[in-house]
Ligand binder design. Structure first.
Ligand code: SF4
Length: 383
């Protein structure tokens, strides 16, 4: 039984609440299709009236997607945790020789994909550390291995950090690298590695990893070569409100230019086992919902807002469906990155569990492909 009223929003009540929260001017802007400014974004992050911000975002989400919530049946393969970088917020990376360091050969990647052949997996999501010595061909072979195991699978792989690394070590032109990736079977790119697109945050916690301009430049290259991708923001550490808004505006500008972003995915920071562990806290429900809602409102040119349940938690992801999110990610299977940083969420959910989360919140589960083609409303959900 749905008890969450946002799914069946009463318009006049919502307008009254938004007005009383002092956000009526933003409501009018959103209704008129006017783009929100930097100052508007800061207000949305700072107002104590979270419910009103959520209602504004929910309206936009309902206009675009009705009561649909997308999910996919996917699996993760983090092919190595060995990384030349030492980002302070990362608990996943290891140095060569450390006990917890690992590297999957293409044969192991193939085996990982084969292990899931009994399930209706449509996507393999592959991201990893930046290995110091593996050659360019290794990355192509990893993609080929996944396609060999399951030829119809969509390979969504390589953050902008990995893409830039491949461009640097390939000895080939940009055109040749993207042609190689396409030929190997790459379908699209995930959105990780952006963290917070400001120089101050970059200097403080990325250390030597690519900064904002280079992340955006790599994303521009990916999109200009015809690949779709997602975009993330890692929030809840040292970033300031203004920096979050700046991040969103930089993504919005690139989307105006290239149009290749599918979804925005705010990622809640988990501090355990990272160099920011003493920072003191995991994100709050308040910030989680606000991050989804402000993303929906500021990113007027992004089709989808994703509540990634592994980082948000299932509870927060479910609630986010009424704060602007229209996607809850997928079944996942063996996630390492957030688990190394202390998430208490399981390694995987099955289709019926995901459908239950969505239906209980008052929405309609719709299985999708990686690029948001509908595979069937409520298909294979077992519900
Ligand atoms: S966040 Fe990525 S680039 Fe940074 S240390 Fe971790 S694996 Fe390496």
């Amino acid at each position: 039984m749905n008890t969450f009223a946002y799914a069946h929003l009463d318009e006049s009540l919502a307008t009254k609440l938004i007005d009383r929260a002092g956000l009526g001017d933003l409501d009018r802007k959103v209704r008129n299709g006017e783009r929100l400014t930097f100052a508007d974004g800061v207000r949305l992050y700072e107002t104590p009236h979270l419910a009103a911000v959520g209602l504004l975002a929910h309206r936009v989400r309902v206009q675009r997607h009705g009561r649909k919530v997308f999910f996919n049946v996917n699996q993760h393969v983090n092919y190595t945790n060995i990384c030349i970088y030492s980002c302070k917020f990362c608990a996943f990376a290891a140095k060569e020789g450390e006990e917890r360091a690992y590297l999957m050969t293409p044969a192991i990647v193939e085996q990982k994909v084969r292990e899931q052949l009994h399930r209706p997996v449509t996507e393999v999501h592959m991201v990893a550390g930046i290995h110091p010595t593996m050659p360019y061909e290794y990355y192509l072979d990893v993609v080929r291995a996944a396609k060999r195991a399951r030829p119809d699978i969509h390979v969504k792989a390589f953050t902008m950090v990995e893409i830039e690394h491949m461009l640097n070590i390939s000895g080939k032109s940009e055109d040749e690298v993207f042609a190689d990736l396409r030929e190997a079977g790459l379908g699209s790119c995930p959105g990780g590695g952006a963290e917070v697109l400001t120089d101050r945050v970059h200097k403080a916690v990325f250390r030597d990893k690519m900064g904002p301009d280079r992340w955006l430049a790599a994303a521009r290259k990916v999109q200009r070569h015809g690949f779709k991708m997602n975009a993330t923001m890692l929030y809840g550490h040292i970033e300031r409100v203004e920096e979050r808004v700046q991040h969103l505006i930089r993504l919005r500008e690139l989307q105006d230019e290239c149009g290749g972003f599918m979804a925005y995915i705010p990622l809640a920071f988990w501090p355990y086992h990272t160099d920011l562990e003493n920072f003191g806290h995991v994100t709050t429900g308040f910030l989680d919902q606000r991050s989804i809602a402000v993303g929906r409102l500021m990113l007027d040119n992004f089709p989808h807002i994703k509540a990634y349940w592994i980082m948000l938690t299932q509870e927060s992801a479910q609630t986010a469906l009424s704060f602007g999110a229209n996607d809850i990610d997928g079944t996942v299977t063996e996630e390492k990155i957030t688990h190394d940083a202390g998430t208490t969420e399981p390694q995987a959910l099955n289709e019926a569990q995901i459908a239950h989360l969505i239906r209980e919140a008052g929405y309609e589960p719709v299985q999708r492909s990686t690029v948001y083609e509908e595979i069937g409303a409520g298909a294979s959900t077992g519900a």
